[in-house]
Write a protein that binds this ligand. Structure first.
Ligand SMILES: Nc1ncnc2c1ncn2[C@@H]1O[C@H](COP(=O)(O)OP(=O)(O)OP(=O)(O)O)[C@@H](O)[C@H]1O
Ligand SMILES: [Mg+2]
Length: 483
């Protein structure tokens, strides 16, 4: 199941490498494209100027030679020049006269035909136009041929009497551009490979601390709870290891309390059985034991059996509450009545040591509780107050309430609990004075059960105590039970 989950889960390395590569390659790719575009534009512009200059020279010659009106034989030199120029630019030159008639075509295809494209018309209006076709890689240039003027006006030229329409290819530049792109692509490829190697190293280094954490967690999974998960390479890994260490500490505490519980259970269960065995063995070892001794030993054995069954009952109660399977039978119950009943049951024990049991009811309280379970909790508290009290002492139970909770205080004039053990008394099997507790038949489960019952009612319990002066347990439980 886990393996299958792993196989379908992508590694962080791949997206990380992809992002780094994308961010480093994107400007490079864009730059290559922009460089090629800029180079092409500059070259085309240069070629247009070059063609324009050359054509202007011939245009001037045409203008002076009377080419437009003279015979072609006389102007054969100009025709040759036009052809040569057209060849150099891999293009075509057409001369159009003022009647829009083609009088010369270097391709010798359209002579005598009428030619009135937009460029020619605009050129007759005195405008030099050029148009570049980016798809087919050629440009069209229209250059005016002015009327030859004698005298001072000759510098500025006369009116336009003809147009030189030049079409030139830029294919040769394309080859240059392609070679430039090829070079750029090669450069990009080299950079890409270098980046790939660099990114792989960076990603490996970045992910390494995570792998180290994973290895440490694996050790924990193998049962080694003493591992110190420390990975301070990045702030994030520091945070993760801190949280993991905290969880590990909790796990260790839980494991320790589990082990303690198991060893306590076995010890507590074995103690009465050992006593029974010792008592039974000594009886069996005596040949003519007097009847009184038999009775005494048998009564001790019976006490030990009672103790064993009390431990088992208490343990079962606790385990049921722990698993959360214990049923809770909530009903409105008079808490005053419940406390009075508990005190009535315990009065005979208190009387034995002349301990006064006082119930101080500040108000009548009715609350939604489980009567059986809460009676047990209250009895445990009062029983402790009697057990850990001194001769002729007192136990005072106070009941009060506000609009939300009722409060039960069980105070005694007993031996008290040393401050360092105050919180531990709620632990299972914990007893401050082991010998005294055993004397009084205690198993150390009473307060653990009491606390579980109170927590089931969404309440709280705390203890205040002064050694040799007395102890007060304070319980707070909501009047209305909400599941
Ligand atoms: N009112 C009290 N005054 C002084 N010490 C107390 C008081 N209540 C509890 N303790 C201490 O806390 C320990 C735990 O109490 P807890 O009721 O859980 O066990 P126990 O009384 O020993 O056994 P049992 O399971 O029979 O109740 C006791 O052993 C005792 O040392
Ligand atoms: Mg007790």
């Amino acid at each position: 199941m886990y393996d299958c989950y792993c196989r379908h889960t992508p590694s962080i390395k791949l997206p990380l490498a992809f992002i780094i590569l994308l961010f480093s390659m994107a400007p490079l790719l864009a730059e290559g494209r922009m460089l090629a575009d800029a180079s092409r534009q500059t070259q085309v512009a240069g070629r247009i100027i070059e063609v324009q200059n050359q054509c202007q020279i011939i245009s001037d010659k045409i203008s002076r030679s009377g080419y437009l009106s003279g015979s072609r034989v006389e102007n054969a030199g100009i025709d040759t020049e036009l052809s040569m120029l057209a060849d150099i630019f891999s293009g075509r030159i057409i001369i159009v006269n003022s009647g829009f008639k083609i009088i010369s075509d270097t391709f010798s295809l359209s002579e005598g035909k009428i030619c009135i494209p937009e460029e020619v018309i605009r050129c007759f209006q005195g405008e030099i136009t050029n148009k570049y076709n980016t798809q087919k890689h050629y440009f069209v240039l229209a250059i005016p041929i002015s009327e030859a003027v004698q005298g001072p006006e000759s510098a500025s030229g006369g009116r336009t009497v003809g147009v030189m329409l030049v079409t030139a290819s830029t294919e040769s530049m394309l080859a240059l551009e392609e070679s430039l792109i090829d070079k750029a692509s090669f450069f990009q490829l080299v950079v890409f490979v270098l980046l790939l190697i660099l990114v792989s190293v960076v990603v490996y280094v970045m992910v390494k601390p995570l792998n180290r954490i994973a290895a440490l967690i694996d050790k924990v999974a193998e049962g080694n709870l003493d591992v110190d998960i420390r990975e301070d390479t990045y702030q994030e890994t520091k945070k993760i290891s801190k949280s993991l260490n905290r969880s590990l500490k909790r796990l260790k505490a839980l494991e320790q309390s589990r082990q303690e519980f198991v060893s306590n259970v076995s010890h507590e269960l074995k103690t009465p059985i050992t006593s029974i065995r010792v008592l039974a063995d000594s009886l069996m070892g005596m040949e003519d034991a007097p009847k009184e001794l038999y009775q005494e030993f048998m009564s001790d054995i019976s006490d030990e059996i009672d103790r064993e069954s009390k431990i088992i009952d208490d343990l079962l109660t606790l385990v049921r509450m722990d698993k959360g399977t214990a049923e809770i039978n909530i009903a409105p119950v008079s808490i005053n009545g419940l406390v009075e009943m508990a005190l009535k049951r315990l009065r005979p024990i208190a009387r034995k040591r002349n301990i006064e049991l006082i119930f101080e009811s500040i108000r009548e309280v009715t609350a939604d509780i489980d009567e059986v379970k809460l009676s047990l909790a209250v009895s445990n508290l009062v029983e402790n107050a009697i057990k850990y009290n001194k001769q002729d002492g007192w136990v005072r139970v106070t009941l009060d309430a506000d609009h939300k909770y009722f409060y039960l205080k069980v105070a005694d004039s007993g031996i008290g609990i040393p401050a360092e053990f105050k919180e531990r008394v709620f632990e299972r099997f914990y007893r401050v004075d082991k010998a005294r507790s055993r004397e009084t038949g205690g198993t150390g489960l009473g307060l653990a059960i009491t606390r579980s019952v109170i927590l089931m009612h969404h309440g709280a319990i705390r203890v205040e105590s002064i050694e040799k002066e007395g102890t007060t347990f304070i319980v707070r439980i909501p009047l209305i039970y909400s599941s």
